[in-house]
Design a protein around this ligand. Structure first.
Ligand SMILES: O=C(CO)COP(=O)(O)O
Length: 254
């Protein structure tokens, strides 16, 4: 937590969910209203195929819909890609860029990620820019160095606390059930805050820094209580309304 920053719990459904998953989304919206919404914002980033129906399901409630990636260009000959304008048109308010699965599966570089963040803003979306070290980098003691490089390379200079959220996701913690220690999370997030100052100047102090990687209801309170952790980016546990809401509920007693 950071005093003065309203936290965000964001779900990333990844390549999961067809029409039948909309019932789970409706359950998230219902459970969130009148409860966790007092303390925390919520977002679910669904597959592009579900975005329009997801945003209809969520309506004008407190849980927002987002995309998981966008192309840097607005339109054109890019078969299979989706632009930020298309996501916005389908009801997105946010888009994740630079997720480690995109960096690995699609060889996305920091330069590509930065251009996608600019594309997100062009369409009026908030960019959630992700970075994090691999297991080998952590073992080699390079975590902070990798974070510095990814932050310098992936975050455009004119990022603000309104148009940008950053997410620290150690690659080895994603989907593994493993999480860094509270001390390691605190060290990484403090480092991220200070590196953000180099690219975002005064905006850095107000920018939300999410933690992602095996966040569950059972560990949410401990992780979300860490200084400079301003919410969570949740994969597997966001697919079940009870788990996602359990994570958001952690803010009730923080
Ligand atoms: O990659 C993640 C969210 O973007 C984290 O995934 P898990 O919560 O399944 O570890």
């Amino acid at each position: 937590m950071t005093p003065g920053i309203r936290p965000l719990v964001a779900g990333n459904w990844k390549m999961n969910g067809t029409s039948s998953a909309l019932a789970e989304l409706a359950a998230i919206a219902e459970g969130f209203s009148g409860g966790p919404e007092a303390n925390v914002d919520a977002l679910i980033c669904v597959p592009a195929t579900l975005l329009s129906r997801a945003s209809n399901t969520l309506g004008s409630g407190m849980v927002k819909a987002g995309g998981q990636d966008c192309h840097a260009k607005e339109s054109g000959a890019h078969t299979g890609d989706v632009s930020s304008e298309m996501l916005k048109d389908a009801g997105a308010a946010y888009v994740i860029v630079g997720h480690s699965e995109r960096r690995t599966d699609h060889a996305e570089t920091d330069d590509v990620v930065r251009s996608k963040a600019v594309a997100a803003w062009r369409a009026g979306l908030v960019a959630i820019i992700c970075f994090g070290e691999t297991e080998a980098e952590r073992r080699a003691g390079k975590t902070l160095e990798v974070l510095s490089r990814q932050i310098a390379g992936s975050i455009p200079n004119d990022a603000t606390a309104e148009n940008t959220i950053v997410a620290y996701e150690p690659v080895w913690a994603i989907g593994s059930g493993l999480t860094p220690s509270v001390a390691d999370v605190a060290e990484a997030h403090a480092h991220i805050r200070s590196e953000l100052k180099k690219v975002m100047a005064g905006q850095a102090a107000k920018t939300r820094i999410l933690y992602g990687g095996s966040v569950k209801p059972a560990n949410a309170k401990e992780l979300m209580a860490v200084e400079n952790v301003d919410g969570a980016l949740v994969g597997g546990a966001s697919l079940k309304a009870s788990d996602f809401l359990g994570i958001a509920e952690a803010y009730r007693t923080l």
